[in-house]
Design a binder for this molecule. Sequence first.
Ligand SMILES: [Zn+2]
Ligand SMILES: [Zn+2]
Length: 577
Amino acid sequence: MDGTSRETRVNAAFVAVADTLATNCDIVDLLHTLVQECVGILGMQAGGLMLVDNTGELQLMTSTSEAAGFVEGMQLNVSAGPCIDCFRTGTAVSVKEISESAPWPAFRASASQQGFRSVLATPMKLRGRIIGTMNLFGTHAGEVSARDAAVAQALAISSAVLGTESSAMGPQPAVLLSSWLLRSPAAEFAPLSSRDCRDHHPHDSHAGSVRRAHSSSSQRVDIMKAACFHGRHDIRIDDIPEPQLRPGAVTIDIAWCGICGTDLHEYLEGPIFIPAADHPHPLTHEEVPVTMGHEFSGTVSALGDGVTGLAIGDSVVVEPYFVCNECAPCLAGHYNLCTKMGFIGLAGGGGGLSEKIVVDRRWVHPVGDIPLDQAALIEPLAVGHHAFVRSGAKEGDIAFVGGGGPIGLLLAAVLAAEGITVIMSEPGAARRDMALSAGVAHHVIDPLAENPVARVLELTDGAGADVAFECSSINAVLDQLFDAVKPAGVIVNVSIWSSPAKVDMQKLVLKEIDLRGTIGYVNDHPATIALVQEGKINLEPFITGRIALDRLVEDGFETLIHHKETAVKIIVRPHGE
Ligand SMILES: [Zn+2]
Ligand SMILES: [Zn+2]
């Protein structure tokens, strides 16, 4: 902004502020006008203003938008953020890219969610005392120039003086003041009268503690518990702001959330899918810390504008994707292959290991009367369903499943429900027993006691399996699939490999084997949910533990790491004990 236009705008701002005073003498109206004028002068999009009350606690006085009010209230609730730092230190805080504002994770998350990218927090001082902060938010990245910041600070200071010292300030002195300020933008100046109103004016007091829960007259921001990934071996149960409902989305009160092998990998070796510090996800713009959990069920508690086909109280599950809707795979309908694909609960957007989440309607699937604990297993079951779809297997076929971990077992459940005979190889006795007792495998093989290939050939009269699935990420198991599958058979790799596998291409060539990948799910949820609703799959046997969120690491992650023989799926209840 050049000097002339700034001077014009600042003069206009003072006239507006003084007019507000002259017409109704309301301090909140005065402050609101001040913030609005400063938002306009500095080319920002919204603003808020906090003042200390007579007990010395910071209060939100006004905001120019609901979004700004939310971000201000959130900072008061968690006692952290640039506006709080500004108040505590008495110096302006300017953040040119909020997504990189590492010191305040809760602020970063809520401000980004509200669409803000930059913020300028300016202290309001009265006779050397810090009485509050004026905070301006931009939807663009970039720093406010030092001179513009100084103008904002001068306006804030002078308005504090106007508000406390005068009840009928006309425009003339205000214009004089502004001219003076432009010559010496960052300076404080003496009050217009020497009257000391410190003892009786409610807004004139020392900066004190920051209130955690502010008054009901301002927008309230509630706090919830969430399991946040801060780094390898560092998952914490944090208090974070509840997510805010937005148009086209629904709020879900989370009932249960499963712990996934992917979560364990993040805990032990991460961040892998979780965006590391300074590497925000391209769609969520979030980075560590993020809330975890992508296998969850819950109850709809609020509907955003424009949401159809759901009602409050519905039991639902979430297909936990972020996709761009623009890349070639997205446009071709293969949204699971989106070039920017991310998972809710890993890439940001909140997660199932928290009390609430807000999710776009597109990804929310009603589950009818499926019990919510079992519904938490729909997501990994959908992974199995997509692997089944990729295999092309049909009723009457014989499938060989290499590995009986959670995904191998749930894939077997889909195959059995589809009328396919399942032969499963799994070294863990408890898992073999579970596969048989749950009725998802018709034959089980202990690969440490017998030759899986010979056994499959025996069970198929020497023909080999029609389809085979790699669910162990063990190279020896992959090798067995090439020998156990029939000529012109299909092998689907379901595993995630942390290092490259070796493939015997000669076997692939000579048997014309079709080796296929599968990742996630695409349009699989409705059919997967139907299999459970129709009673073709009972998920109850696969739930081996139920724990409270507070015990996530001790009773969840550590149990799955050290007792994976007996633990299959541990589900977490984020509410209560
Ligand atoms: Zn998972
Ligand atoms: Zn895409």
